[in-house]
Write a protein that binds this ligand. Structure first.
Ligand code: NAD
Ligand code: MG
Length: 376
C-alpha cells in the first residue's frame, strides 16, 4: 500500500473503537488517525486525543465536550473530513446513520460495525454509495468472514450460513430465560462487547440484524440466508457456492482481524497482534439448530427483513428501546422480544421511499415501543 491512509474512528471510546485503535497502533506505516469521536465520555476521548493527536475530535453528546466540539453533528464532520479515506463507524444504534450516508456520498470507504444503520436504511445506504462512489466494508465478524470467502471468487454465490454463539442462555429452559437478569445477559460466553450488542446476542436479535445486514451486503434473498448455533465462535460463516462447495473462514474470536481486513480489503497486511490459529487449541467444534421458539426476536427480525421497506427500521427501533429498558431494569428479559413483536404487529408496512420515511418509521416505532415498556 502507498502513502498512509487517513482514518476516522466514530465511537472511538467503545469496544470496537478501542479495538480499532489497538489495530492502528500496529499499522502506523499504513494508516494515521485523522478524526475521533466519542459519545459522552470526555475523559476517555481526551486520553485518545493526547495519544493520537487527530486533526479533528468531538463528542456526540450535547455536553460541554471538554474543549472539543460537541453535539450530534460531530459524527458527520469527522466522517467527511477531507483528509479521511476510511471511516470506521463503531457507533452503536441509529445515531450512526447520517455519518454512514455522508461518508459514502463523499466517496469514502466505510468500515461498518454500526449494523443498525444498514438494517434501518439498507437501500438508502446503497444509493449513497452509488451516488458518491463510496464503498461499504463490513466489520461484523460473520460478514467479514463471508467477504473473505467470496473475494476473488466472483461466480456462483448460493447460500450463506452465519454462525451464532447462542449467547449465555443457549441451554437454559425457556421459563428461566424470560426471567434472566441484566448481569446474566451481560455475561457473553465468547465475546467482550458493548452492552447493547451483548444483550442483542442473548436475545438473538443480533442474528436478525446480521441476516438483514447480509441481505444488503451480499444481495441474497432471505431464503438463501441461514443461521446455525456454534458455541465455540471459531467458524465465523459458511459460504456455499452453486455447485455445493462450501468455504468457511475460521479464527479465534477477536474483532481485531475483521477490523484490519475492513481497512485493507482486498489486500492484507501482516499483524503480529493476532493470535495464530491452532486447531487443537480450538478444540471440538459443534453445531446445533437455533431454538427459535425461545429466542423469538430472531424470527421477528427476519420477518421484518422479508417485508422490507420501513419494517426493518421498525424492528431496529423497537429493539433499541426494549434493550435500553431492560438494561435500566424497567422490563424483564422475556419482554424484549414481546415488545419487538407487538410493535411490528402494530406497524403499517410501507416502502422506504427516502430518509424522511425511514426516520418517521424509526420515531413511530420508538414511541410505540415505549408505550409497551410503560405498560409492562
Ligand atoms: P460500545 O457501546 O462499546 O461503543 C459505542 C460507541 O459509540 C462509544 O464510543 C459511545 O460513546 C458511542 N456512542 C454511543 N451512543 C452514541 C450516540 N448517540 N452518538 C454518537 N456516539 C455514540 O459498542 P460496541 O460494542 O463497540 O458496538 C458498536 C457497534 O458495533 C454496534 O453497532 C455493534 O452492534 C457493532 N458490533 C460490535 C461488535 C463487538 O465486538 N463489540 C461486534 C460486531 C458488531
Ligand atoms: Mg457479529
Amino acid at each position: 500500500m502507498g502513502a498512509t491512509k487517513g482514518v476516522a474512528v466514530l465511537g472511538s471510546t467503545g469496544s470496537i473503537g478501542r479495538s480499532t485503535l489497538a489495530v492502528l497502533a500496529r499499522q502506523r506505516e499504513h494508516f494515521r488517525v485523522v478524526a475521533l469521536t466519542g459519545g459522552r465520555n470526555a475523559d476517555a476521548l481526551a486520553a485518545q486525543v493526547a495519544e493520537w493527536r487527530p486533526a479533528f475530535a468531538g463528542l456526540a453528546a450535547d455536553t460541554n465536550g471538554g474543549g472539543h466540539p460537541s453535539g450530534p453533528d460531530v459524527l458527520v464532520q469527522a466522517a467527511t473530513h477531507p483528509d479521511v479515506d476510511v471511516v470506521v463507524n463503531a457507533v452503536v444504534g441509529a445515531a450512526g446513520l447520517d455519518a454512514t450516508l455522508a461518508a459514502l456520498r463523499a466517496g469514502k470507504r466505510v468500515a461498518l460495525a454500526n449494523k443498525e444503520t444498514l438494517v434501518m436504511a439498507g437501500e438508502l445506504v446503497a444509493q449513497a454509495a452509488c451516488a458518491g462512489g463510496g464503498e461499504l466494508i463490513p466489520i461484523d465478524s460473520e460478514h467479514s468472514a463471508v467477504l473473505q470467502c467470496v473475494s476473488g471468487r466472483d461466480a456462483g454465490l448460493g447460500r450463506l450460513i452465519l454462525t451464532c454463539s447462542g449467547g449465555p442462555f443457549r441451554e437454559w429452559p425457556a421459563e428461566r430465560v424470560r426471567q434472566a437478569t441484566v448481569e446474566e445477559a451481560l455475561r457473553h460466553p465468547t465475546w467482550r462487547m458493548g452492552n447493547k450488542i451483548t444483550v442483542d446476542s442473548a436475545t438473538l436479535a443480533n442474528k436478525a440484524l446480521e441476516l438483514i445486514e447480509a441481505h444488503h451486503l451480499f444481495g441474497l434473498s432471505y431464503d438463501a440466508l441461514e443461521v446455525v448455533v456454534h458455541p465455540q465462535s471459531i467458524v465465523h460463516a459458511f459460504v456455499e457456492f452453486c455447485d455445493g462447495s462450501v468455504i468457511a473462514q475460521v479464527g479465534f474470536p477477536s474483532m481485531e482481524l475483521p477490523i484490519l481486513y475492513a481497512l485493507t480489503h482486498p489486500a492484507r497486511l501482516p499483524d503480529a497482534g493476532v493470535r495464530r490459529f491452532d486447531p487443537v487449541a480450538a478444540g471440538p467444534l459443534t453445531f446445533e439448530p437455533v431454538r427459535a421458539e425461545v429466542f423469538r426476536a430472531l424470527a421477528a427480525g427476519v420477518a421484518a427483513g422479508r417485508a422490507g421497506g420501513i419494517s426493518p427500521a421498525v424492528f431496529n427501533a423497537a429493539n433499541e428501546v426494549a434493550v435500553a429498558a431492560f438494561l435500566e431494569g424497567q422490563v424483564p428479559f422475556g419482554r424484549i422480544s414481546e415488545i419487538i413483536e407487538r410493535t411490528l404487529d402494530d406497524h403499517a408496512p410501507a416502502p422506504a421511499t427516502g430518509l424522511p420515511a425511514v426516520r418517521d418509521a424509526d420515531r413511530w416505532a420508538r414511541a410505540r415501543a415505549r408505550d409497551y415498556v410503560r405498560r409492562s
